[in-house]
Design a binder for this molecule. Structure first.
Ligand code: TNX
Length: 764
């Protein structure tokens, strides 16, 4: 079945390439997300002035969307008539559709308008991109005859947007929703409040507009750049209730549900700045000007609950969504620990500690929302201290929250940082725009499986789907936001829509390359990393080789080994390059005329541990397992600014022991390695590391305390020199690397296990 579908798709693209030569109007149909089944036929249907459209009233929104798309994008006007028919077919699932294009006409079948809408999105992708921006000037649109039968894999297909850290215009929000609709996504999670700004008008509390919506200035550069500097510019704004209604309507017409998020009890500093009585100290504070986690959280008192209920009353009027997101993440408990009222409440309610107080808080808000007929959804911290009875969990800190929630019968939406955080870097190029950190390339997003492997088939039914998150601390404007969102959003659309056994990254990439034209027509500033090079050091029968790859077909890779820039005349890569000494490889992708992507540079440091045997007593975390243990002695260091590439290994909360066995006892002058330090992502360098050196009959232990900093704020180095290593041949070394431990209060990620990230262990 699956092979058949792939062959059909293959033929589809081939034949349309041919057709393109015969008939200028037709563009290759390269549908994203990949439909479930496509059967190609040997003819075309032409839409022109004589074409008529008719629809079942239940499918009206979709039919009119198609009519508008054609009429706004081309000179053609549709008549009434039976050439394009929208038919109700109650045997189909709610979001499913059948699209049939034959020589005689087009038929769309669905049991709901939403299903028909997705048929229209597929049909749209079969039409020339000029219709997207009204540059199609011909009087005929030729469409390949085919039958598409399609339905989504998951019911929750979402994208999030943080408008608190930076705000985006209503027009832009609509453009974002348009993109979701094109990709058959059905949920927009609108993160409306946070420490740095409150962005939704609440009529009962005018100071939310006057005070909470603005901050005096904003941090310049990255949080880890010291000392912190600020731009001196007042920043902010809010969406009026009229604007919010407009957005909700706009989204509804595209079958996108808008879920508002009102953060509680943490990430509430902007609200407390306006109404200090909502906090525990009553002291004046300001709307936050930098990023991170703040200690000012709502105090669980009557004033707070009354305030939040009033706020939610207005929110419920504006948003008809079944779910209301109540945040729940990153709420430091310092204020509650030092608050007489909170401690009294803990006693009175018989709660165990402040985590149970958070659970009491959320459960109370849940009861309120349930009484209004709504459900809560919250970040996975809402599991701590007991989950509110009907809550849905949005799992972001890895997948363990999801597993716990699903096993106890709660619905979950998957948004793990490892695969869904589109605020992370997407390329190793050093000239990428500043990002919060991390590394989430397109292929990793594409490879995401929203169902955690710990779940049984029965339990996996609680996984509603997945969502990409775009936090905007480091994303100040719309073009930059598009750059972060695209094309990763396209990859995610396929993760949540398409059948997993049909997914194929190469095939996706070729559709994406074609889809660039549609994104251009839509004026979307996507990132293009398709013409980049991926390199891999491989061993074969004890010898090392370097392999170069690029994603797209029909291009050359030209390279040099002497550090010079590759040009169109450089050596063309044909097979793996033997490596016998330290080497700098430079390579780039070329077509017949010019270089396409950026130049790739890889330095291979052929040090004494390359080719040795390495073992680690713990598995790296599966989201950060890089090239495995061998990657730590392959001669290649990790990126200086991204910890998620394949050279960095990540361990979560575990003490590790790394053993390197040399082929034969070897005299060693130095050993060095690096640890990543990114506290915003809870990555902390271990406080001290020991090394155990094993000679023939004895061993020595040399402790090493890490220097507090190296030149780069993200990296800490450790270095053992010869005086420690002695002058004798060494058989084996062991690195004992303890985890930093539970992150203490006052530091980013407080209360969570710390991550350890380590890269190349260089032995000279
Ligand atoms: C964590 S994800 C946060 C946000 C930050 C984000 C940056 C979550 C529930 N909380 O407040 O913006 O990391 O990646």
């Amino acid at each position: 079945m699956h092979i058949k579908k792939l062959i059909a798709l293959f033929i589809l693209s081939l034949s349309l390439v041919n057709c393109k030569e015969e008939s200028a109007q037709v563009i290759q149909p390269q549908i994203i997300p990949l439909p479930d089944a496509v059967e190609l036929m040997d003819s075309f249907f032409s839409i022109d002035e004589s074409t008529g459209i008719t629809y079942d009233d239940n499918l009206k929104v979709s039919a009119l969307f198609l009519k508008d798309f054609i009429e706004n994008g081309s000179p053609i006007h549709l008549k009434e008539g039976n050439d394009i028919q929208f038919k109700l077919d109650e045997s189909l699932k709610p979001e499913a559709y059948i699209l049939m294009v034959s020589k005689e006409g087009i038929t769309i079948k669905a049991s709901t308008d939403q299903g028909a809408f997705y048929a229209v999105q597929t049909l749209r992708q079969l039409m020339p991109v000029g219709l997207e921006n009204d540059t199609f000037s011909e009087n005929e649109i030729a469409i390949q005859a085919l039958i598409v039968k399609d339905e989504p894999q998951f019911s929750y297909r979402g994208m999030h947007l943080d408008v608190a850290r930076h705000m985006f215009s209503i027009d832009f929000i609509k453009k974002y929703i348009d993109a979701l609709a094109l990709l058959k996504m059905n949920t927009f999670h609108w993160h409306l409040t946070d420490d740095q700004g409150w962005r939704i008008e609440i009529k009962k509390y005018p100071k939310l507009q006057e005070v909470s919506a603005y901050r005096d200035e904003t941090l310049v550069g990255h949080y880890s750049d010291q000392p912190h500097q600020f731009d001196g510019n007042r920043y902010g704004g809010y969406y009026t209730q009229e604007e919010v209604k407009d957005v909700v309507q706009y989204a509804k017409a595209r079958f996108v549900t808008v879920i508002p998020e009102i953060e509680m009890p943490g990430h509430a500093q902007a609200a407390i700045a306006a109404y200090p009585e909502l906090g525990c100290t009553d002291e004046p504070i300001e709307v936050a000007k930098k990023w991170g986690v703040f200690e000012e959280i709502y105090c669980p008192n009557q004033k707070t609950f009354a305030f939040l209920e009033d706020v939610l009353d207005e929110v419920l009027e504006l948003f008809p969504s079944k779910y209301i997101h109540i945040g729940g993440d990153e709420a430091p408990k310092t204020r509650w620990k030092n608050c007489v009222h909170c401690q009294g409440l803990i006693k009175k309610e018989g709660l165990k500690d402040e985590h149970h107080l958070q659970s009491y808080f959320i459960t109370k808000m849940e009861a309120y929302l349930n009484s209004k007929g709504r459900q809560i959804i919250g970040w996975d911290e809402i599991l701590e201290g007991g989950l509110a009875p009907n809550a849905t969990v949005m799992s972001w800190r890895g997948t363990s929250g999801a597993v716990e929630a699903a096993k106890s019968g709660h619905n979950v939406v998957m948004t793990p940082t490892s695969h869904c955080y589109f605020d992370y870097y997407q390329s190793e190029n050093e000239d990428e725009p500043l990002a919060i950190g991390g590394f989430l390339p397109l292929e990793k997003v594409y490879g995401f499986n929203p169902i955690p492997e710990e779940l049984t088939t029965e339990e996996s039914k609680y996984v509603l789907g997945a969502q990409g998150n775009i936090w905007t601390e480091y994303i100040p404007n719309e073009k930059h936001l598009e750059y972060m969102a695209f094309p990763r959003m396209l990859a995610l659309s396929e993760v949540v829509w398409s059948q997993p056994e049909q997914k194929n990254y190469k095939n996706f990439v070729s559709r994406l390359e074609n889809f660039h034209q549609r994104l251009d027509a839509l004026d979307i500033n996507y990132a293009n990393h398709l013409y980049e090079i991926e390199g891999d050091l491989i061993s074969d029968e004890g010898k090392s080789y370097y392999e170069l790859k690029t994603l797209t077909e029909g291009k050359n890779i030209n390279y040099s080994l002497d550090g010079s820039e590759p040009t169109i005349n450089s050596k063309v890569y044909e097979s793996k390059i033997p490596i016998t000494e330290s080497t700098t490889i430079k390579a780039a992708v070329f077509n017949e005329e010019k270089q396409l992507g950026k130049t790739f540079t890889q330095h291979i440091n052929y040090h004494k541990a390359v080719g040795a045997k390495i073992t680690i007593n713990k598995q790296p975390h599966k989201a950060y397992s890089g090239s495995g243990a061998e990657g730590l002695i392959n001669g290649i260091s990790g990126s200086d600014s991204r910890y998620g590439d394949k050279e960095w290994l990540g361990f979560w909360g575990e003490d590790i022991e790394i053993t390197i066995d040399f082929k034969e006892p070897t005299k060693i002058n130095s050993i060095e390695t690096r640890f990543y330090d990114g506290n915003g992502q809870w990555i902390y360098t271990p406080e001290h590391i020991a090394i155990r050196i094993i000679f023939d009959n004895d061993e020595v232990i040399a402790n090493k305390f890490l220097p507090e900093s190296s030149g780069n704020p993200n990296l800490k180095k450790v270095f053992w020199e010869q005086s420690i290593l002695s002058n004798r041949p060494i058989k084996r070394v062991k690195l004992l690397v303890p985890n930093y431990g539970i992150i203490p209060e006052g530091k980013q990620g407080a209360g969570n296990k710390a991550w350890t990230f380590i890269d190349e262990i260089i032995v000279n």
